[in-house]
Design a protein around this ligand. Structure first.
Ligand SMILES: Nc1nc2c(ncn2[C@@H]2O[C@H](COP(=O)(O)OP(=O)(O)OP(=O)(O)O)[C@@H](O)[C@H]2O)c(=O)[nH]1
Ligand SMILES: [Mg+2]
Length: 292
C-alpha cells in the first residue's frame, strides 16, 4: 500500500520555501523573489516519490501581522500547519536560532516537524557543522535535520525519503499525473506578480496585485488579459515606464514563464488600474482570492 499526505512548508519570509517547493516538483509553479514577503497565499504541489504521493503546501512567510493583507498571509501559514501531516520548518543556514525558537513556541509540539537548513551554499562546511550543533540542542523537538541547497542540489532525496516515513498508508489523494491543485489562472497571476517583483523596485511590488481577467484558448495559443492593481495614481507611470518599457518587461517576463509551463504560445495583454487602499479593503481582498 502506498502512502499519501500533506506537508506544510513554513518559515520566515525569504527562507526559500517557494524555491524548495518548485525544486521538489521539478517545475516552476510558485513565485520566487529576492524580496521578502513575496508569497501571499497557500499553494499546493503534488510530488510523487517512490509511488507515494506528497502534497506540499507552500505558505507566506511567518511574520508580524499588522495590515489586513498581512493578517491574511499569517493565517494562511497557520492553516497549513493545522491541515498537514508534517511540517517542514525552513531556516536559512545563515540565520540565528531565533526564528526557529519562535516557531517552537507557536507550534507548541502540536505538529511533528522536520528542520530544513536552506541555502547551505552560502556557508562553508565548518560553519554548517557548527550550525547543526547549535540546532542539536533542540533535537528532541524535531524529527530530522536536513541541510538543503537548490543551487548545489543537496538534500532532495533525504528530505523526500524522511517525509514519506511520516505519512499514513492511503490511496492517492489527487491524480498522480497532476502537478498541482492550483488553477492555472492563479499560477499565471503569480508569474505576473513575479514579473513585478523582478522588474520594479521599492514598495510597488508590495502595493500591487494582479487580476486575470480572461484566458482564451485557441489551438496552441492562449490569449490572456490581466490587470495590475496599484495603490496610487503616481505608481502608474512607474509601472508603465517610458514608452511602456516597464510594463513590456513585466509582460515578457511573465509570458515566458507561462509558455514554459503550458507549452503553448501565449499572447499576454496587461492593463493597469488604480485602486486606492485595496490591501485594507476586505471585500476587494476577497475578490483577489484572499478570503479573510
Ligand atoms: N543561494 C541560494 N539561494 C536560494 C536557495 N533557495 C532559495 N534561494 C533564494 O532565496 C530567495 C527567496 O526565495 P523564495 O523561495 O522566494 O523564499 P520564500 O521563503 O518563498 O519567501 P516568501 O514567499 O517571501 O516568504 C530567492 O532569491 C531565491 O532564489 C538556495 O538553496 N541557495
Ligand atoms: Mg514564497
Amino acid at each position: 500500500m502506498s502512502k499519501a499526505g500533506f506537508v506544510a512548508i513554513v518559515g520566515r519570509p525569504n527562507a526559500g520555501k517557494s524555491t524548495l517547493m518548485n525544486h521538489l516538483l521539478g517545475e516552476k509553479i510558485a513565485l520566487v523573489s529576492q524580496k521578502a514577503n513575496a508569497t501571499r497565499r497557500r499553494s499546493q504541489a503534488i510530488v510523487m516519490h517512490n509511488d507515494n504521493q506528497i502534497i506540499f503546501i507552500d505558505t507566506p512567510g511567518l511574520h508580524q501581522k499588522e495590515k489586513l493583507l498581512n493578517q491574511f498571509m499569517l493565517e494562511e501559514a497557520l492553516k497549513a500547519i493545522g491541515d498537514c501531516d508534517i511540517v517542514l520548518f525552513l531556516a536559512p543556514a545563515t540565520d540565528k536560532l531565533e526564528d526557529y525558537e519562535k516557531f517552537l513556541q507557536l507550534n507548541k509540539g502540536l505538529r511533528k516537524h522536520i528542520l530544513v537548513l536552506t541555502k547551505i551554499d552560502h556557508i562553508s562546511q565548518d560553519e554548517l557543522l557548527k550550525k547543526i550543533m547549535q540546532y542539536n540542542k533542540y533535537s528532541d523537538q524535531f524529527e530530522a535535520l536536513i541541510p538543503f541547497s537548490v543551487n548545489k542540489n543537496v538534500g532532495t532525496k533525504d528530505l523526500l525519503d524522511i517525509i514519506v516515513k511520516y505519512l499514513d498508508e492511503s490511496p492517492y489523494l489527487y491524480n498522480p499525473e497532476d502537478l498541482t491543485t492550483e488553477m492555472v489562472r492563479d499560477i499565471y497571476k503569480e508569474f505576473i506578480r513575479e514579473g513585478i517583483f523582478e522588474n520594479i523596485s521599492d514598495e510597488i511590488p508590495y502595493e500591487s496585485d494582479v487580476i486575470i481577467d480572461k484566458i482564451e484558448e485557441e489551438k496552441n495559443l492562449q490569449r490572456i488579459r490581466a490587470t495590475i492593481i496599484i495603490e496610487k495614481e503616481s505608481q502608474k507611470g512607474i509601472i508603465i515606464g517610458k514608452n511602456g518599457v516597464a510594463i513590456k518587461r513585466i509582460g515578457k517576463y511573465a509570458r515566458e514563464k507561462i509558455e514554459n509551463l503550458s507549452g503553448t504560445k501565449v499572447y499576454l495583454q496587461l492593463f493597469v488600474s488604480v485602486k486606492k487602499g485595496w490591501s485594507t479593503d476586505k471585500e476587494f481582498l476577497n475578490e483577489l482570492g484572499y478570503q479573510l
